[in-house]
Write a protein that binds this ligand. Structure first.
Ligand code: G4P
Length: 529
């Protein structure tokens, strides 16, 4: 098949939600439709169980699972679908943000009873800023929840989205009768036992037809007609271009657990969701159908087997074809590398592949060459943009607790930082090392992994910092910048790339500093060119 045909049949996306909204369940049902798995229960949830946050076995279990569920691929009606897993736990939010740089679209899962939750808000904001096309799936319609219109309002207001329902529920909870598919104009009745089967739908040519009464009863038919009238009146018509530009978000209702409303979602998804999109690099916009291969590392998994120091770098292919054993340029290191056993991912397994296409993810065995954000090309000197680090919110001094093992400690810290587990800063004043993380859980992960994978021991000391911000001086030679550096000397550090960082000890300090030094910009993400 030609490159352009392969590109056309690929859809790479992520499912985002607040924990417990039903992401794992929905993923599993999608795989069932694709025939990629045979039964429910095959997709393991990678969420960290409640109350088990300090259980290291749990962290290891979670890490193990998250390798196997990092990418789930399947075919549906000739379309190759790649689902990229996004951890729901807030302490791993940065992982999710990075994965979002590798998706071409997302599905947002919302619990009908809980509505828009905190994690949903944060993740959707990132997608909105990047104009990633989004489809919303309102889940758990078999339970009592919020009124559909109320929920649509909430989504518009809290998530700042412009929505249009492409399906609409008939009743809810105990009275849930099914959904009307606005997109295909048919009714899908809920029987409560469709968990394993793919349900039949009933075509309704005209919503006024008495057929509707026969299907759902007089009361529900009347309500549905009234509600649909309102839907057509209030919400914009679906427009694919607007959806692709991230300006309009179609909404579906269903129950993932009951495998209900999932087919509607999937059928519409394969029809409207974008094929692999062009990506901006340091020099130009790269299009997927260009002949030459290029891609970037968005995730690194290391040392699952402590005996083997190997890591798996996940590369999203942006353009051309990736071929086994071809030499590719590792742009940051300026050297060519060959990969003899690149992995492709399927529903439950990974497998060596000879060739992969834009939209696909390949897993490359790595002995320490890669960092998150690295670019591979056929020779062109360019770097993909847009894998920022976020301002950490938890900080501790890190000390060596076993002086005999300082080399191991250094190496361990280095590699864990490359993987993106946390960020390392060096204070300007005294060269002390500070670890900054987005979630508190990472400190335990680092300590545990340093000991078990690198044989090094570390201890922490508290450090009172509210936020770290990257510093950009409008004029590095100005008096104002010199004054800033003098006054704030105690609070300045360098990150791993040597960029200057300011540690603000409170929100108040941050605000004061910003107003006192208007020409020194403080950024909350590391990329600001
Ligand atoms: P997550 O990955 O987003 O964290 O959510 P997950 O799919 O694990 O689902 C969270 C809980 O919600 C699970 O129950 C799951 O069975 C339930 N659930 C998912 N979809 C639906 C739905 O459509 N209707 C109803 N009623 N429940 C749904 P649990 O008891 O936490 O876990 P489990 O023991 O069932 O696995």
């Amino acid at each position: 098949m030609s490159l352009s045909k392969e590109i056309k049949r690929r859809r790479t996306f992520g499912i985002i939600s607040h924990p417990d909204a039903g992401k794992t369940t929905l993923t599993e049902k999608l795989l069932l439709f694709g025939g990629a798995i045979q039964e429910a229960g095959a997709v393991k949830s990678n969420k960290i169980k409640k109350g088990a946050t300090s259980d290291f076995m749990e962290i290891e279990r979670q890490r193990g699972i998250s390798v196997s569920t990092s990418v789930l691929a399947f075919e549906y009606e000739g379309i190759k679908i790649n689902i990229l897993d996004t951890p729901g736990h807030k302490d791993f939010a940065e992982d999710t943000f990075r994965t979002l740089t590798a998706v071409d679209s997302v599905i947002v899962v919302i619990d009908v009873a809980k509505g828009v939750e905190e994690q949903t808000e944060k993740l959707v904001e990132v997608c909105r800023m990047r104009n990633i096309p989004m489809i919303v799936f309102i889940n758990k319609m078999d339970r009592e929840g919020k009124d559909a219109f109320e929920l649509l309002d909430e989504i518009e207001q809290k998530l700042n989205l412009r929505v249009t329902p492409l399906s609409f529920p008939i009743g809810m909870g105990y009275d849930f009768k099914g959904i009307y598919n606005v997109w295909e104009k048919n009714v899908n009745l809920f029987s409560g036992d469709s968990r394993k089967n793919i349900e039949e739908t009933i075509e309704i040519e005209d919503i006024q037809s008495p057929e509707l009464e026969k299907l759902v009863g007089d009361k529900a038919a009347k309500t549905l007609r009234e509600e649909l009238e309102l839907v057509y009146e209030v919400y914009p018509d679906f427009d694919r271009e607007e959806y692709l530009e991230g300006k309009l978000q179609p909404v579906f209702f269903g129950s993932a657990l009951n495998n209900f409303g999932v087919r509607e979602l999937l059928d519409c998804f394969v029809e409207i969701a974008p094929t692999p999109r062009p990506k901006e690099s340091s020099t130009r916009l790269v299009k997927p159908d260009e002949k030459e291969f290029s891609g970037f590392v968005f995730k690194i998994h290391a040392n699952m087997d402590p005996k083997h120091r190997d890591r798996l770098a996940f590369v999203k292919i942006v353009s051309g074809t990736f071929e086994r054993n071809s030499p590719y340029l590792h742009v940051r290191q300026g050297k060519k590398l060959k990969f003899s056993s690149p992995n492709a991912f399927f529903a439950e397994k990974k497998q060596i592949v000879d060739i992969s296409y834009p939209g696909d993810i390949v897993g490359l065995h790595d002995t320490g060459n890669f960092k998150i954000g690295d670019t591979l090309t056929e020779g062109e000197e360019m770097q993909y943009k847009g894998i920022p680090s976020f301002s950490p919110e938890h900080f501790k001094y890190i000390n060596n607790a076993d002086p005999m093992k300082s080399k191991q400690l250094e190496k361990g810290i280095d590699q864990l930082m490359d993987e993106g587990v946390a960020q390392l800063f060096t204070l300007e004043l005294n060269n002390r090392k500070v670890i900054g993380t987005v979630g508190a859980l990472q400190f335990e992960v680092i300590q545990y992994r340093l000991e078990h994978e690198y044989g090094a021991k570390c201890s922490y000391e508290n450090l009172n910092v509210h936020k770290a911000c990257w510093v950009e001086a409008k004029d590095p030679k100005s008096e104002e910048f010199a004054d800033f550096k003098r006054v704030k000397a105690k609070f300045l550090a360098k990150d791993k790339r040597g960029q200057l960082v300011f540690f603000a000890d409170s929100a108040f300090t941050l605000q004061m500093t910003q107003s006192k030094y208007p020409n020194v910009k403080l950024h909350f993400v590391s990329e600001f060119e």
